[in-house]
Design a protein around this ligand. Sequence first.
Ligand SMILES: Cc1cc2nc3c(=O)[nH]c(=O)nc-3n(C[C@H](O)[C@H](O)[C@H](O)COP(=O)(O)O)c2cc1C
Length: 193
Amino acid sequence: MILETRQREQMLPQPVVLISTVGRDGVRNIAPWSNITPILRPFDEIVLASWIKRDTLVNIRETGDFVVNVPPVNMADAVMVCSKNYPPDVDEFEKSGLKPCPSQQVKPPGIAGCLARLECTLTEEISRKNYSLIIGKVVLLEAEDKFFNEAGEMDYENAQPLSIMLGDKGMWFTRPVYAGKYADYSEMFMKKE
Ligand SMILES: Cc1cc2nc3c(=O)[nH]c(=O)nc-3n(C[C@H](O)[C@H](O)[C@H](O)COP(=O)(O)O)c2cc1C
C-alpha cells in the first residue's frame, strides 16, 4: 500500500522526552518532544526539530539553554498536560504538577522523577520557513542510579522510558520490551588513533 504523506509519521516508533526551558523573564516551560535524536556517538550533540510557533524554541533562542528529560510511562498524563498550548506566561511546572530538580550547568531546572536529564546549550539553529532544527551540546548527562545495572547499562524493562506510535488522530503510548535477541556490536565505536 502506498501511504498518504500525512500517514508517513506513523511508520517510526518515536521516543517521548520533556524539554524544560525558562523564558527571558524566568517563566518555566515544559513541552513534550518526539523529533529528537542524538547525533552519532559519543553523544556530544543532540538535534531536535521544532515548529516555529513554540515557546520552547523562543526560550532556547533567548537563553541558549534547555534540558531534555526522559520520562517514564507513568508520566503520560503530565506529558499531555504539557502538550497544551498555554500562553508563554504560564508556568508549566505548576500546571502539570511536575516537580523541578536543580540543574548544574544550565538555567532551566530538570524534572524530578525522570529517568535521565540532559543539560544542553544551543550551538546552532538551522532555520527553515516553518520549522527549525536546533543543535545542542550535551554539557551534563545525569540518570537515576536505580535504573542502571551493575554493568552500567540502563535496565529499560524496569525504567520503562516512554515512547509513542502515532495514529491518525492521536497516539498510542508505548515502551520498549526485549525482543529476545542480544547482539554484541563494536563497529560503531570510534577507533582510537
Ligand atoms: C508526544 C508529543 C511529541 C511532540 N513532539 C513535538 C516535536 O517533536 N516538535 C514540535 O515542534 N512539537 C512537538 N509536540 C507538540 C508540542 O509539545 C506542543 O505544541 C506544546 O504545546 C509546545 O509547547 P511550547 O509552546 O510551550 O513549547 C509534541 C507533542 C506531543 C504530545
